[in-house]
Design a protein around this ligand. Sequence first.
Ligand code: ADP
Ligand code: MG
Length: 686
Amino acid sequence: MTSELPTTHLKGVGSNLAQKLTKLNIESIHDLIFHLPHKYQNRTRVVPLGELSAGMEALFCGQIEAASVVYGRRRSLMARISDGTGWMTLRWFYFNRNQQQRIKRNFWISGFGSVRHGTKSLEIIHPEYRISADEPDDITADSLTPIYPLTEGISQTKMRDLVNQSLVYLPDLEDYLAIESLTESLPNLTKALQRVHFPSDPKSAMTLMQGTDPAQKRLALEELTAHHISLKRYKRKRQKRQSPSLSAGFAQTSQFLNALPFVLTTAQKRVIAEIETDINQQLTMQRLVQGDVGSGKTVVAAAAICQCIGAGYQAVVMAPTELLAEQHLTTFKQWLTPFDIKITWLSGRLSAAQRKSALDAAASGTAQLIIGTHALFQDAVEFSQLGLVVVDEQHRFGVSQRLALINKAAPGVVPHQLAMTATPIPRTMAMIFYADMDVSSIDELPQGRKPVETVLVSDTRRDELIHRVFNACQAGRQAYWVCPLIEESELIQAEAASKRAEDLTKALPNLNIALIHGRMKSDEKNTIMRAFRDHKVDVLVATTVIEVGVDVPNASLMIIENSERLGLAQLHQLRGRIGRGEIQSCCVLMYHSPLGKTAQKRLSMMRSTNDGFKIAKYDLELRGPGELLGTRQTGLQQLKVANLVRDRDLLKQVESLGKVLMTDNPEKAKGLVDRWVKHAERYADV
Ligand code: ADP
Ligand code: MG
């Protein structure tokens, strides 16, 4: 196919530019055709200032009413502009003398930028702009402006030119989904691609911006089907692999379960049975256990581990953070040493000699259970007879990362695989992103849990809350103070948290207050979390880094600032850090008034339920899967056009298309996967 030609075949592409393009996974002209705009800018209309709202990207034009340099926390140049319908502020943190002289009262300024809430009005920071003495003539564009993902050294203009050149090869493309009735109502592949790259029809502007245009639907259908097939194929491939049957180990599991100090929930029993059925067979288990925070996933994993060890094989537990791994170590030691099970700890903090002895134990088989962070398993660890790999907090890992982890953990052999996540995934989404796994749900909490009480408090009452923290700590409890800042930047978040820690230290001189944030080294973070766990710290001021499952039962109070800006799934995860002990816990959602309608609804939702599934479902509808699955979900970020919430209606079709293609047309199925999921597929071939 001529579209398989290398990019150097295009005008203006030398080896240098071709090299840069590979950073975007673009190697051929075909790849360029499928390098889709990730959004559009609407420069076809000047938005009257009175119609602006936060979150919008807009073409604006207005007359400068006042401009001056202001000295707040950071020096900035501000211009207030108006157009008769309303006004807003433009703001520059970086500016030179020349700019300062040109941005002056009575001049006209027009341009483009994203609108956000400022201190006094809506504002645009660092807009693209032009100054003129008189009201400018028409500044609008004829059609939507597609915006492409870029890499260093390639501009939008260049990218647009390259895509434009590539579209000549459109007729070469094979339309894999040209299957009778299944895609009939949507435009064909060529039309769809043309429209998303060159949206010339002004009528489709709205739908394209929203991502609901039939052209986008058509491509989303391809993309989702490709991902679905890729995982299915991966599953099939692995299913053909043999893993050891662990049926001989069940006596060990029974012993373990009988010795537990609590009664298992019905859901736990059911999931344990599902896992048992899997690992009794010689086919590789690939099971995901999802269950709300505190639903008791660890004990379920422990049951499987016992069976594995009882059958004479080794088991591995991987956690995303050192602290969580350490917590597992403590739990498993407590549970399993009575049965004489040998546990080995693989930590970044081991001395060279300790590490060597741990590795030796794994290789010789004297270690029966090996616990550590996933990072530690990325170096070659050898096992004598590995039977089971448990991955905790699975949602922290993307699809490809997950596959890579398992492959690295056990080169050569295929252990059974058990993943655990506290992020509930609706069935439809699981179908696409966990199609290579079977899913079990622990949909019930152990009896006798005191649900966390949740209250909403305006941030004008901060002093009262400080007092409340004081009281809790006086009574021997501990508290979290979370300040997730609105800013994307970790630096600014860290600054805000530091500032809050300082304030609290001043206000509460008798308490030990510690700070933890994402810019600290992981060693530092671990030390602080450990101190908090051991009650050497009363109040932990944190950004959202504490989200992942650390168990400090004595912490009974959590204050979350700016709660209205956080996703519900994230709030729920945060809140899950408390309510882990006997004490009645309280979560205070601090907000900044006035609360919008949606914000009010969302926060009341948090107040009215502790059910993670309900919350996740609601959040999914409001904000999309990125929030639910976490931004680190690399697998999801690779989606080019599809959006699992917006395109929910396609999922049924995806399933049937997947089936048809895989059974009747394996060649087409492969072509589709190669087109959309090159990288994931590479893992599948390992
Ligand atoms: P998560 O699902 O969030 O990982 P854990 O496995 O850490 O939850 O369990 C939370 C706590 O509940 C642990 O202290 C665990 O020992 C306890 N637990 C688990 N199952 C039960 C049960 N059926 N009854 C009472 N407590 C339980
Ligand atoms: Mg857990």
